[in-house]
Design a protein around this ligand. Structure first.
Ligand SMILES: Cc1cc2nc3c(=O)[nH]c(=O)nc-3n(C[C@H](O)[C@H](O)[C@H](O)COP(=O)(O)OP(=O)(O)OC[C@H]3O[C@@H](n4cnc5c(N)ncnc54)[C@H](O)[C@@H]3O)c2cc1C
Length: 406
């Protein structure tokens, strides 16, 4: 019986193991952490945004843009949901295409995969770090702390550097380099932004709906709408993760937030002036009441240099225009990001030109496969990275089990 070793029990490794086991191979998963799916269990803020209905090569980045196509074609978002349904996991697709488990709990995804591995007879060894892989006369040897394991095929699914607390590591890159592979430069992607705005601390902890735009000088680089989270150091939240690639693309960018995207600037100005006539005694610090959160409203008034305790009846037309402009273009100069440990994904990875996209087999070392984040593929925010883990894992596992002579 063909023996397949899967190194890494994350999303991609579990998908690979299931695909290989369903084709009759004897499958072993080696996971260095105490349990499988550690990172998976914290994804999507604990909800696990496991896929996106719109998954297509346009949402992926790397040296070879078309590399993801065969894997996505073989297992697209619909196929992935069908597969999860067959494992007993129900899902909900939100209007923007993001898919979550119906239970709203990432743990459910990990659980159905764990049970499926068990049912398929996959042997999972946790707390087992693979230190090196060697190929000797057609077979592989895997070196761990305790002993040397033998395998006919090896699937490397060690993930990337991002999210160190949950298992992000460079070990996988070293393993593949030891077998002749090379990496593109690695950096953090989908990451929180640090800003020099003096208002970060006052806004800390607030979540707001906004249209966020990234500018370099006068040039608009990218925009996206949705939830923004204000933090002590700057900006976070799904929209910021999504825009981080562009915000970090060159020094001197800034993020401009439209905090009242339902109203044009002129209409907002009118609304503020009407308020000054209807509730003249209201202090200016509350002029945005009912439009944005009170703390945001006060910060906007402060950033316009207005005196907060003055009555709104004293609001001049020019001041109302300034306030409306500020609410529609509240800017945060970007001075960096929160680094690889806090990032959701690694940009860069093992060179995809060294792997066959149709099978994910190494072109340099037959019988060796790689899948998931370790490869030079990173997806947009919104379930695309896990979709890549499922699709590439399923392809690598199936190819490893189907190929007859390595
Ligand atoms: C906080 C956070 C939230 C995220 N949220 C989302 C989301 O909602 N939607 C989405 O699409 N993506 C999300 N991502 C990204 C997504 O989780 C990853 O892209 C995906 O998990 C990658 O899967 P993988 O199997 O390639 O790697 P991993 O899930 O990282 O798994 C790799 C595994 O290999 C093990 N390993 C490594 N080296 C060895 C070795 N030498 N021996 C044995 N074991 C080894 C590691 O311990 C790890 O368990 C998030 C990431 C983070 C950090």
């Amino acid at each position: 019986m063909l023996t397949i070793a899967v190194i890494g029990g994350g999303a991609a490794g579990m998908a690979a193991a299931l695909a290989a086991a369903s084709r009759g191979a004897a499958v072993f998963v080696y996971e260095r952490q105490a349990r499988v799916g550690r990172k998976l269990s914290v994804t999507g803020n604990g909800r696990c945004n496991l896929s996106n209905r719109n998954a297509s090569p346009a949402h992926y980045h790397g040296e070879e843009s078309g590399f993801v196509l065969p894997a996505l074609r073989r297992m697209d978002a619909a196929g992935t949901l069908e597969h999860f349904r067959s494992l007993g996991l129900l899902t909900v697709t939100e209007p923007d295409g993001r898919v979550y488990p119906l239970s709203n709990t990432a743990g459910s995804v990990v659980d159905v995969l764990r049970y499926a591995l068990e049912a398929a007879g996959v042997r999972v060894e946790t707390g087992c770090e693979v230190k090196a892989v060697r190929k000797n006369r057609g077979a592989f040897q895997l070196l761990t702390d305790a002993e040397t394991r033998r395998a006919d095929r090896v699937v490397v699914a060690c993930g990337g550097l991002a999210g160190e607390r949950f298992g992000g590591t460079s070990l996988g890159y070293r393993l593949l380099e030891g077998l002749g592979h090379s990496c593109t430069p690695l950096r953090q992607g989908l990451v929180q932004l640090r800003s020099s705005s003096p208002f970060c601390r006052s806004l800390k902890g607030i979540r707001a709906d906004a249209l966020a735009r990234v500018f370099l000088g006068d040039g608009l680089l990218r925009e996206a709408a949705g939830e923004v989270q204000f933090t002590e150091y700057g900006l976070s939240g799904p929209v910021i993760f999504e825009l981080s690639r562009w915000a970090l693309s060159s020094p001197g960018t800034l993020v401009s937030l439209d905090l009242v995207r339902e109203l044009p600037e002129e209409a907002l100005r009118e609304l503020l002036l009407r308020r000054s006539r209807r509730t003249p005694a209201l202090p200016l610090e509350d002029v945005f009441v009912g439009t944005v959160q009170n703390r945001i409203g006060r910060v906007l008034a402060r950033s316009c240099g207005l005196e907060l305790k003055k009555a709104v009846s004293d609001l001049t037309e020019a001041e109302a225009a300034r306030l409306a402009h500020e609410a529609k273009h509240f800017t945060f100069p970007v001075i960096g990001d929160m680094g690889m440990p806090n990032a959701q994904v690694t940009v860069g990875g093992v060179r995809t030109s060294e792997f066959d996209p149709e099978t994910l087999e190494s072109r340099l070392c037959p019988g060796l496969y790689a899948c998931g984040e370790i490869l030079d593929v990173d997806g947009d925010c919104g379930g695309y990275n896990l979709q890549w883990a499922w699709s590439s894992g399923a392809l690598a596992g199936a190819s490893a089990a189907e190929r007859t002579n390595a």
